[in-house]
Design a protein around this ligand. Sequence first.
Ligand code: 147
Length: 638
Amino acid sequence: LEITVVKDGGIQSVDLRPGVSDRRFDGIGAVNGGGATSVLLKDYPREQRDQILDLVFAPKFGASVSAMLVEVPGDGNSTQGSMPSHRHTRGDLEAHRGYTWWVMREAKRRNPALSLDAVAWSAPGWIGDGEFWSQDMADYYVSWAQILRDTHGLDLDAIGCRNEKGVSLHFAKCLRAALDEAGFGSVLLHAFDDWPADKFDFVEELRRDPEAVAAIDVIGAHVMYGTGVHAPAEVREWAGAMGKPIWNTEDHVYRSGYDCLIGIVKCFNENYLLSGATKVVLWYDVAGVYPTEPYAVEPAMIVAHEPWSGHYRVRDALWGYAHYGQFTELGWIYVDGACTFLDGGGSVVALRSADGDFSIVAETKDAAAVQRLRMHVPSDLAQGPVTIWRSDATEQFQHLGFVRIEDGTIEIDLAPNSVYSLSTTSGQRKGGFVDVPSSTPFPFPYRDTFAGYDDPGARGFLPRFTADIAGAFELVPAPGDVGTCLRQTVPAPTLSWAPDWRPYTIIGDGDWGDYEVSVSVLLEPGEGAAVMGRINHVGTGYGFIPRCYLFELTADGTCRLVSVNGKEDQRELVGDAEQRAVIAAAAGDGTGGERTLGKARATDAQGRWQRMTLRFAGADITALLDGEVILEAVDTTH
Ligand code: 147
């Protein structure tokens, strides 16, 4: 391969001739999950739901991503919330539970070429009797992929071992064997999708283990953009020689406005230039979560907090994906002679199709002045007009027009802090919808009796507008044949990605102050239930102890009024194994910042429906049981 970077009179040249080491492009895209990120998306009116999905997945329309990575639901909290498992218990197997199947079907229906990748954050507690790296987990993955294939008609392209929880070569071998045996021989296995600075260290151990080398097809790692930690040269050389691509299975661009757009392009370019990563997915696609939940806005391309109104908002970020997504296809080849950093700040990545189309994506985030770029186009590439699309701080994803290739050369001036996509392909457009409903608050008063939920459709047995933070609150027939009720269906603590606390689900508006919330509950022996209110915090993403008031009733008749004060410092503690253990311990003792404001006894607490109510009026916090005040407190914490 010859890289020609000619500097003459301030012009930088790139050469589109193919080189011998040019790698296959495996896609750009986003993660769905790693948090219950689509929980409110499923509840949108069909029209707006379709619009949002079109904006992310439809080819040549919006972001037009080529790769999707989903969380394999595992009942445990995985940042914002939890997604219900297809196997709550060893004997359980449910092919329609949850909304991940639905969102994958919708994505793939819009773009049949979309690549589907999956990995688990959490897993049900029965797995491996508490050990994630187990045959149970390999079988769990396979049963999930079978449902995806056999019930939902979708083929997985790739799968990981576990999101960000260390290394087990033994597990990778088990999973490979289980996949092969079930007819998933062509599903690529990536490992180990971790993020600390030592995330590539396992490659050394891997190289000494031929069976593991055979099992793992792709070296996957997270978070390389802006960290200074890239795939080391030895890893790149070895992986290249072994024919194993390097993928960034989760990167982050936490920025607002246009800064996020250009950051995304820079992130994609730099992942290739610095790490040789041929697929990059960013966390995460659509913010179908409550604003009270962590990471509710910044990383997403679309903010969809309001299923009741249908209101949603497209962030500039989406057009960052579009600069790649509308100009490339899976299976294109990087043209290394035209992939480079720019002398005056910025970067260029070029890709070509098998039949001679090419696209160039450039960003000049760090440039101070205009730079002239000259591109040499060999005669075996398309010579047709080259379309140019640009984003800058003023206007995003704008069609500038066409340039001609003259004497095998194109020249273009790149303004600073701008993004350019050039291509011989056509059909790009800035898709969008004009009739997006305006924003309205959560309906008040609000009541749901869980009637009329006959079609599992997108919702997979979950009700409207609840967002499970941990556990799974599913629609089930109510005992005594009195319609439908909600039941928390996760029977044991999970192998949670975020340190475990207790199962809870939220609904409503975090800004409500004085109001009343009530729920009818039926307790069986040994059970308990609580109604929570003034929830203004549901954790940081690495711990999900809320800040709220909680009125709890257990089947033995114990009533408690509690103030829960989840610690703000959970986020700072992330990243250090020892500190993570401290958080886990704090949460695991069940106290997690809990302060009991009052205690009482109820008679007849089990075996009958009774109404639990929490009432807020300023500092007066009142708990009622079947309409009678049972506990009162004066407190101003929340
Ligand atoms: C990632 C998770 O995989 C996502 O589910 C989400 O929680 C995301 C939020 O930033 O983070 O996990 C990471 C945790 C810590 C780092 C990177 C990724 N880190 O400190 O670099």
